[in-house]
Every structure is written in structure tokens, then in C-alpha cells.
Design a protein around this ligand. Structure first.
Ligand code: ATP
Length: 491
């Protein structure tokens, strides 16, 4: 029924009731209350309805200062955001607007954070959805959700009095994968087509300037149509942070935490090579939890060190190993540690036989002064020796190996393949795709056999160290660097 007819009928009814002498004052009061409540809740309701489950989130005040270790990505991103900041100049110069930016990088590097910061930087509204939320078994639902997301972005910008909106789509590879590549491809294709239609509809003269920011860690899976100029024509790489970046992220996430005087964030940044921003955030959080568990008022450095292990390997377990298993684990870890110290003095940080996550024990390496991205053949061979050291030590001591070396072997195999693909094996310079896989397999096996022999000889010559470290480890469960060094030097 049209609104006007309803209002007209309502007024008519009131007049008729007054005419009959009925007191209409409570009814009017009730009506007014209903209208006020309706207006108050309408905004929230719209957020919920729009998207039928698509999470349309309200932006928290995130700025580029909250994103650490991504200076290059931020600079490139800001450049692309100029047109949202200066729409008039862009129109005057006849510049085609940038409609889409893709943030490409590993999980947890801050892509969502960057998109949110972009919204506050450009004073735009922010709506977000994830690629997987669009895909349903029912035909047409995904396409409808895409339409709703864009329409919600426009509405939200209007509601918040903003001239632009950022539409953030996480896991873009699910929504924007190459057409025809999915099993139920009709539905996927329709959804992608709708996204392309919406993006084609973005124009300079629209009431609300829209920018679509997609995030993915699989840019190779995206349909070429999505990357065409005029669609997602800018790619910003969001890499894992380097040491300086990790320090900045640590500073951001310890800002609100009471740190003890002995905390050295530099050292923690050094020890977390390969960590993403999300892992560093989790590390800071875990350190605080560990300190709280011990009833401490402030977070000491050792809690951060323990939190590193926790983030890498998982929670400490109460699992009880049998005595034989404990002996095996201690000789295994001692094998890793002795080889590591012999091939690269100063490389062992600590070793333990306290189970954590999937690991029954582990040796932590000392992190080098600087992040390392390039390795020589010798360095890779040494790493393989360290990886094989555990199984070789078990073999020497018990005359058998165990399943505990499975991950070590995988690591050794990967490193051996790295040597081959980098042209540092006896196969010489190769393109791995052009070489029969049997040949690569044979080269890997030969190389590993050779390195295994070297490791056995090394440990054989240093049996006394192996025994000393393993028996101490069995007694003390965890050996920090100073204690380990002490044992090695006095053995
Ligand atoms: P995914 O690809 O898994 O969606 P993402 O790259 O979008 O991950 P975010 O969701 O932005 O990562 O990061 C998750 C959390 O990790 C953030 O809320 C923040 O606390 C922390 N974080 C990640 N990267 C950074 C960073 N560069 N600086 C500061 N904090 C970060």
C-alpha cells in the first residue's frame, strides 16, 4: 500500500475518533514513539539486511600509522588514492578514475588494515566482504550479493555524508578466479560478471566515488578480465615485513602493554624472520597472556621469547612421553644442535624436549644479525646437515630411526631442490620444468646421500659432544644458549 494512502487513512481515522469523542492523545504519543524508534534502528537494520549475511562492517579508526613495515605498499597505495582526494582535478584533466586496486601478499600482512586505513585517509565510507561469502549453491545469489554490496557502499557514503566509498573484497581469488575454472562454474561466472558490470559502472561524475580494493594471495588465479585496464588496473604488493618493519609492528602492538625494563624489541624483531604482521600481533598478545598467567604485572623479555615458540609451534602440551621416547627425542635434538654449532658456530639459540604443538622437541636457531634472502650452495648444504643431524644421531645411538624425522626430511628435500633449481647442482643451469622429474629426483637423492654421509662422519667424530648434550637435555629438559655452550666447551 502506498505510504500516502496509509498516512491519509490514519489521519482520517483520528479525525473520526475525535468526532466520536474518543481521547486520541495516548494513540498519538504511541505513534510518535514508534516513529522515533523506527528512525533510530533503521540505519543498523539496513547494515544487517544489505548483503544477506555479507558482513558489512563499520570502520574502526585505522590509519596508515597503524600499519607497520609496509612503507612501499603505503606509498604506492596513497598514490592511487589521490583521485578520491582530488576528484575535481581528475575530472578537469580528463583522467579515467582508478576503479580497482589489488593488494597482493601472504596472509596476515595487513591487507585489510591497509584498506581500512585508505578509507580513513580519503574520508570515505568502508564496506567489506569476503570472496567466499558470495558463493552459494544457488544460482544468482552471488550476483545479487555483489549488487547489494555496491549499493550499500553508495548508501553508506550518503548516510555518513561522505563523497566516496571503498568496497573491500577479501579473498578476491574465490570471486574473481579464471572463468570456467570452478566446478559449479555457472554460478561463479555470473558473480564475477556482476562484479565486472558494477566496476564498469563506476564513473567520475557519479554522486559517490567508488573504489574497489581487492585482496588476494593468489594473483595468478585471477581472471584476466579482472586485471584489464579500467578494472583492477593497479597491483600493490604487500610483502612479509623485514626486520625494521617487524620492529615497527612490535612497537605498534606493544604500545598498550606494560613492558618490563629488560624487553629488547630489536632482539625480538631479529628473531622473528618470516613472521607476518598478524603473527607478530599474536606474539605480543601471547607474551602478555604468559606474563598474566605467572601473575606478573609487567611483561618480561623471556615471555616474548616463549611466545615466539608458541606462535611457531603451538601451545606446550602435557603429553607424557615414555622414557625411551624421551631418550630418543633428546638424542635427536642434540644431533641437530651439535651439527648446527659445528658447521656454524653461534647458531644454536636453545633446545628443548618439552612437547609443543606437533613437535616432541625442537632446536631453535639463533637468528642472524640481518635478514637473509640469498644462500650459497655451502649454506644450503649446511642447513641440510642440520636437518639430517637428528635422524643420523638416532641411528648412531639406537641403530634405528623414527617417525620424528619426517619433517626434517621434507625440509632437507626442499633445500636440495633449491640447490638444483638454482643451478648449483651437478645438473648445472636448468629450467626445472624442462628437465624430466626422474632426473631431478635422482640428483636430489644422490646429493642427500652424500650430505648424510658427511653428517654421519661429523657426528661420529664428535660423539662425546652428542652424548654430553643429550644427557644434560634429558635431565634439564631445556637448554638455553649459555648452558648449551657450557656443556660443549667442557665435554
Ligand atoms: P588475510 O590475507 O589473511 O585476510 P590480511 O593481509 O588482510 O590477511 P590483516 O587482516 O590486515 O591481514 O591483519 C590481521 C591483523 O594482524 C591486523 O588486525 C593487525 O592486528 C595485524 N597486522 C597484520 N599486518 C600488520 C601490519 N603490517 N602492521 C600492524 N599490524 C598488522
Amino acid at each position: 500500500m502506498p505510504k500516502e494512502v496509509m498516512i491519509g487513512s490514519g489521519v482520517g481515522l483520528m479525525l473520526f475518533m475525535i468526532f466520536l469523542g474518543i481521547n486520541v492523545f495516548p494513540i498519538i504519543l504511541f505513534g510518535l514513539l514508534a516513529v522515533v524508534l523506527f528512525i533510530m534502528f533503521e540505519g543498523q537494520l539496513q547494515d544487517k539486511i544489505a548483503g544477506f549475511g555479507t558482513s558489512v562492517k563499520t570502520i574502526e579508526p585505522v590509519t596508515f600509522d597503524d600499519v607497520g613495515g609496509q612503507d612501499t605498499a603505503i606509498a604506492e597505495f596513497k598514490e592511487a588514492l589521490e583521485f578520491l582526494l582530488k576528484p575535481l582535478e581528475i575530472v578537469k584533466m580528463g583522467i579515467r578514475p582508478i576503479k580497482g586496486i589489488i593488494l597482493v601478499g601472504p596472509p596476515g600482512t595487513g591487507k585489510t588494515l591497509l584498506a581500512k586505513a585508505a578509507a580513513s585517509y580519503t574520508k570515505s565510507a568502508f564496506v567489506a566482504a569476503s570472496g567466499s561469502e558470495f558463493i552459494e549453491m544457488y544460482a544468482g545469489v552471488g550476483a545479487k550479493r555483489v549488487r547489494q554490496l555496491f549499493s550499500e557502499a553508495r548508501k553508506k557514503a550518503k548516510r555518513e555524508g561522505k563523497s566516496g566509498a571503498i568496497v573491500f573484497i577479501d579473498e578476491l581469488e574465490i570471486l574473481g578466479a579464471k572463468r570456467g575454472s570452478h566446478h559449479s562454474h555457472m554460478e561463479y561466472d555470473q558473480t564475477l560478471n556482476q562484479l565486472l558490470v558494477e566496476m564498469d559502472g563506476i564513473s567520475n561524475d557519479a554522486e559517490t566515488m567508488l573504489l574497489v580494493v581487492g585482496a588476494t594471495n593468489r594473483a595468478d588465479m585471477l581472471d584476466p578480465a579482472i586485471l584489464r585496464p579500467g578494472r583492477f588496473d593497479r597491483q600493490v604488493i604487500v610483502n612479509l615485513p623485514d626486520k625494521k618493519g617487524r620492529l615497527k609492528i612490535l612497537m605498534i602492538h606493544t604500545q598498550n602493554k606494560p613492558l618490563a625494563d629488560d624487553v629488547c624489541l630489536e632482539d625480538i624483531a631479529k628473531a622473528t624472520f618470516g613472521f607476518s604482521g598478524a603473527q607478530i600481533e599474536s606474539l605480543a598478545n601471547e607474551a602478555a597472556i604468559l606474563a598474566l598467567r605467572d601473575g606478573e604485572q609487567r611483561i618480561a623479555h623471556r615471555y616474548f621469547v616463549e611466545a615466539i615458540d608458541k606462535v611457531i609451534l603451538g601451545e606446550k602440551l602435557d603429553r607424557r612421553l615414555s622414557d625411551e621416547e624421551l631418550q630418543r627425542v633428546s638424542i635427536h635434538e642434540a644431533g641437530h644442535a651439535v651439527v648446527s654449532e659445528l658447521v656454524k658456530p653461534g647458531s644454536v639459540s636453545s633446545l628443548t624436549i618439552v612437547p609443543r604443538g606437533q613437535a616432541l622437541g625442537f632446536m631453535r636457531k639463533n637468528t642472524p644479525e640481518h635478514d637473509q634472502y640469498l644462500y650459497t650452495r655451502q649454506e644450503l648444504e649446511e642447513q641440510i646437515m642440520v636437518a639430517l643431524g637428528g635422524a643420523v644421531a638416532e641411528d648412531m645411538n639406537f641403530g634405528s630411526r623414527s617417525t620424528g624425522a619426517r619433517n626434517d626430511f621434507e625440509q632437507a628435500w626442499t633445500l636440495a631442490k633449491d640447490i638444483i633449481t638454482s643451478g648449483m647442482s651437478t645438473l648445472g643451469v636448468i629450467a626445472v620444468t624442462e628437465v624430466p622429474s626422474e632426473l631431478v629426483f635422482k640428483e636430489c637423492t644422490a646429493m642427500l646421500k652424500n650430505i648424510e654421509e658427511k653428517t654421519t662422519n661429523l657426528l661420529d667424530d664428535n660423539r662425546h659432544l652428542l652424548q654430553a648434550v643429550s644427557s644434560r637435555l634429558l635431565e634439564e629438559e631445556t637448554l638455553e644458549r649459555a648452558r648449551f655452550l657450557d656443556i660443549i666447551q667442557t665435554a
